[in-house]
Design a protein around this ligand. Structure first.
Ligand SMILES: C[S@@+](CC[C@H](N)C(=O)[O-])C[C@H]1O[C@@H](n2cnc3c(N)ncnc32)[C@H](O)[C@@H]1O
Length: 305
């Protein structure tokens, strides 16, 4: 399969940065500020937690050796892609795109530090506009946690772009989490409920339930002509006394701060928010607290667009 190198444009010329950068659109991501440092830290922590709990970067794929070029859309800190490069040295080119320059600057530094920058590239791109790659270029198109920036009406265009840039016979792979981590902490449950309401009001969720994106993934792929769609469900478990439990607690500590403007905007003010937040922090310090958090990967074969 493909060689690494400059990416030919559809007309055959090389992709170079345009002298006039397209105007940056307001973000649909739940954290508006693309340079938010707390969000960078949170995404890095969350990546470690999720990839480990799922058993690796491509745990359900029977034969990753058939992939050569892979694309990760909304790649954030690039951790998933960097780990994919380390796990699968045969991958010739791994490209991550994200709307945040700040996250990608960090991702590039990480790729350099991990010694994979020869094969791993990051490009600033607004995936809601167009994926600036040639037709049938990638063997695998991946995204994780994109419900955080996709509104329900964005999926058809995005999936058709995935189908265009993915080779016929290649794989389109989507992973999303439930927006509720289950535990005995009433405060944590209530905060998640506020977040679900906000995501639904903002148009990101197909239903007002915490699985308002997860439950739609297989249908979305099938409806858009992706073949042989399969799913794998995960029930991640975090115990507060363990390292992954500590990661979860830190993720929540940051998430329910950075998401507050989004919750206020879409769900309206909640007078007891600060009290709930403090109670949640306290609950997450209890070593016996156990959290279960459902996730789902849906994938299928591209027939080509
Ligand atoms: C929840 S994070 C997930 C990051 C990564 N996929 C992971 O699972 O660790 C969502 C990412 O999507 C990016 N994003 C938001 N809107 C985007 C857009 N229109 N195009 C590309 N990326 C976008 C954000 O900057 C953020 O890095």
């Amino acid at each position: 399969m493909g060689q690494r190198g400059r990416i030919p444009e559809q007309g055959g010329a090389s992709v170079t940065s345009s002298p006039q950068q397209p105007q940056e659109q307001p973000s649909t991501y739940f954290v508006q500020d693309r340079s938010n440092e707390a969000e960078l830290t949170r995404l890095h922590i969350q990546d470690q937690m999720l990839t480990k709990a799922m058993g690796g970067v491509l745990p359900e794929q029977p034969d990753p050796s058939r992939f050569s070029r892979i694309l990760d859309v909304g790649c954030g800190t690039g951790d998933w892609l960097i780990e994919a490069a380390q796990t699968y040295p045969h991958l010739s080119l791994l490209i991550g795109v994200d709307a945040s320059r700040n996250l990608l600057a960090y991702a590039r530094d990480q790729a350099e530090a991990q010694g994979v920058s020869e094969r791993v590239e990051f490009q600033v791109m607004d995936a809601l506009r167009r994926l600036d790659f040639p037709r049938h270029y990638f063997d695998l198109v991946n995204h994780r946690a994109a419900g955080s920036w996709l509104r329900t009406w964005d999926w058809p265009k995005l999936l058709s772009e995935y189908q265009r840039v993915c080779k016929p016979g290649g794989v389109i792979r989507l992973t999303e989490s439930d927006l509720m981590a289950y535990s005995s902490s009433e405060a944590l449950t209530r905060l998640f409920e506020l977040l679900v309401e906000a995501f639904h009001q903002a148009g990101h969720f197909f239903t007002a339930k915490s699985d308002g994106v997860v439950s739609e993934l297989a249908r979305l792929l099938q409806q858009h002509g992706v073949q042989q769609v399969q799913t794998r469900a995960y029930k991640m478990e975090f115990r507060m006394a363990t390292e992954s439990g500590q990661h979860f607690a830190e993720d929540m500590r940051l998430a329910f701060r950075t998401s507050l403007p989004f919750i206020r905007k879409w769900r309206g003010p909640s007078e007891d928010y600060e009290e709930l937040y403090q109670r949640m922090l306290n609950d997450l310090r209890q070593p016996n607290l156990v959290i279960t958090w459902p996730m789902l990967t849906a994938w299928g074969t591209n027939v080509g667009a």
